[in-house]
Structure formats: structure tokens, C-alpha cells
Design a protein around this ligand. Structure first.
Ligand code: SF4
Length: 174
């Protein structure tokens, strides 16, 4: 029997995009955001998840997904510190790490850090530019497709498998 299989940590509430269908609290340019979690706060959750993962009913490794009510990588330093600390303190821990990102902040150094601490990313991409840019826009209204594709390229260059999340809505058929 499996108990808790997945823990989602919503690390912040700001975003560098303003997708038309987004219902999260959007507050640009206050990075990493007034309510962003600190690495210590994230570390408390990871510690609890690890303790739970040692219980008999947790027969699989627990998936920990860093998400945001916005873009989680705006809080990357805190995420990175918390995961690196757990890896150092408990090298044989029973957690697996994931994140969902809009891809805009992916750089070669960040991707290298991601690989080093063992976080698997997935990127939100809503199709080709004509489709994606209808909805996934910046705060100034400009489409983000080219930026997302650049981020995916950085992941590929860094040897990271790229998983994609796509949000479909009725506009796809128009
Ligand atoms: S990237 Fe995600 S959180 Fe940011 S505006 Fe788009 S849907 Fe909302």
C-alpha cells in the first residue's frame, strides 16, 4: 500500500508571465515575491516528507514537485539551497524532485545546478508560436514562445530530458 506519493510545494506567488487563462495571484517585478518561501521553510517540508518516507506505508520514493502560484524558478536560490542541504545531510533520502516552469529563467548555470541536485524539470509550452502566443504572454502582452523555446534549448544543451506541459482550451480548434 502507498501512503503519500506526491508533495507539491508552492514556493511563491509571482510570475514573469501573465497568461490569459491564469487564475493565480500575479504580481510582477517584486522578485522572488513578498510571500516567497525561504530555503529554511522549504527545508522543513523536505525534512517532514523524508521522515514520512521512512514509514512502512510509504513503499515508494515520494515525489516532491516545486510549483508556484506563479513561476517557481523566481525562487530558485531558495529551492536549490534547500534541496542541496537535504542531499548533503541525508544522501540516501527517499525523495525525488521535480519542478514545473514556464522556461523563461532557464540558463546554463541554473540547469547545471538543477542536474547537480537532482531536480527534473518540465516546461509549459502550448504549441507552436501562433497558438502559444495567444495566451502565454508577458506582462506587456508580448508572446513568450521564442523565450520558452530558448529555455528548452538550454535544457537540451545541458543533457536534460525535456518534459512538456500543455494547457489546451477551446481556442485550439479555432
Ligand atoms: S506561467 Fe503559469 S503561473 Fe505564470 S501566468 Fe502563466 S499559467 Fe500563470
Amino acid at each position: 500500500m502507498s501512503g503519500i506519493e506526491r508533495v507539491c510545494i508552492s514556493v511563491n506567488s509571482v510570475c514573469n508571465l501573465k497568461c490569459t487563462y491564469c487564475y493565480f495571484f500575479l504580481q510582477p517585478d517584486q522578485l522572488p515575491g513578498p510571500d516567497a518561501m525561504t530555503s529554511a521553510e522549504i527545508g522543513v517540508i523536505l525534512g517532514q516528507a523524508q521522515r514520512y518516507a521512512l514509514r512502512p506505508e510509504a513503499d515508494k520514493r515520494i515525489k516532491v514537485n516545486f510549483v508556484g502560484s506563479g513561476e517557481p524558478l523566481l525562487a530558485w536560490p531558495a529551492i536549490h539551497r534547500a534541496v542541496a542541504s537535504l542531499n548533503d545531510a541525508v544522501p540516501d533520502h527517499r525523495l525525488r524532485f521535480y519542478t514545473v516552469t514556464n522556461g523563461l529563467l532557464l540558463t546554463a548555470p541554473l540547469v547545471a545546478e538543477m542536474r547537480a541536485v537532482g531536480i527534473s524539470p518540465s516546461v509549459s509550452l502550448d504549441g507552436p508560436a501562433w497558438m502559444h502566443d495567444r495566451t502565454r504572454v508577458r506582462h506587456n502582452g508580448r508572446g513568450s514562445h521564442a523565450d520558452v523555446m530558448r529555455g528548452i534549448g538550454v535544457l537540451r544543451d545541458g543533457g536534460v530530458p525535456v518534459a512538456v506541459n500543455t494547457t489546451l482550451n477551446r481556442d485550439v480548434s479555432r
